[in-house]
Ligand binder design. Structure first.
Ligand code: ZN
Length: 256
């Protein structure tokens, strides 16, 4: 073999390995590995509603509904708070459900998540009370508070507002039992799309309309927030919500 050719090949290969190492992606597996979605939860959902936690329910749905994906469950109580570098660095989309334990999530981990989204293009999906989760706050850069939080609703009619958006694909207006409403306004940057809104109905028949599903581009990554998902309602077993979750994962995945 021509020594110059061989040296050039070696340098090219070495450069590829160095570049892959810098992104944390295994150069051997990067070409043909399955995309990875990690479903994270803090572990506080009631067992009678979610025997395997909210992330377990979402993961079970995604394993059925997402062809060709690796679905991983991660928990706050796990080592490295569920997101060791090895996993976070190969995660394409991170789904987050938290409520009571936002403060326990380490700032160093939050910094890594934000970097993976903004710089590397990892997708981030934030659910319900995760609007106050540290990664949600950092990625939005605003207060992320809702106008009101009231546990007086009995059902929620979710309406498709942007039917051209990939997250709405195959979804029509539908109604779920849902007993906690968040009222507009939501203190976040203007969304690229409000994909869904919803009409909450109270026991006395009064209604409250608020925004439900928001899509943004944050740095190089895509971010979806979904308001429904209170832990005492089995929302993530609903076929329509499952479809929205699978669509959101496909949409949020970084383009190759
Ligand atoms: Zn709630």
């Amino acid at each position: 073999m021509n020594p110059n050719t061989s040296r050039r090949q070696f340098l090219t290969a070495a450069a590829a390995v160095t570049a892959a190492a810098a992104t944390g992606i295994n150069p051997v597996l990067a070409a043909d590995r399955k995309p990875v979605v990690v479903v994270w939860a803090e572990g506080t959902a009631p067992k009678k509603v979610y025997p395997n936690e909210i992330n377990g329910a979402i993961a079970e749905a995604l394993k059925t509904d997402l062809d060709g994906w690796e679905v991983v469950v991660a928990n706050l109580k796990d080592g490295e708070q569920g997101l060791a570098d090895e996993l976070l660095n190969r995660c394409d989309v991170l789904i987050w459900w938290g409520h009571q334990k936002h403060g326990e999530v380490k700032d160093a981990l939050v910094g890594k998540i934000v970097k993976r989204v903004k710089e590397d293009g990892m997708g981030f999906i934030s659910l319900h009370s995760s609007h106050f989760a540290k990664p949600n706050l950092k990625l939005m850069g605003t207060r992320c508070s809702w106008g009101a939080y009231l546990g007086d609703s009995v059902k929620l009619n979710i309406r498709v507002k942007d039917s051209s958006h990939p997250i709405a694909k195959g979804v029509s207006d539908f109604t779920i039992d849902h007993h906690e409403r968040y009222s507009d306004p939501y203190a976040v940057p203007k969304a690229d799309s409000v994909v869904f809104d919803g009409v909450a109905t109270m026991a006395d028949g009064k209604t409250d309309t608020s925004q439900i599903g928001f899509a943004w581009k944050v740095g190089n990554g895509k971010f979806f927030y979904f308001q429904a998902g209170h832990e005492t309602d089995p929302v993530f077993a609903d076929a329509n919500i499952r479809k929205i979750m699978a669509n959101a994962v496909r949409w949020a995945a970084p383009s190759k």
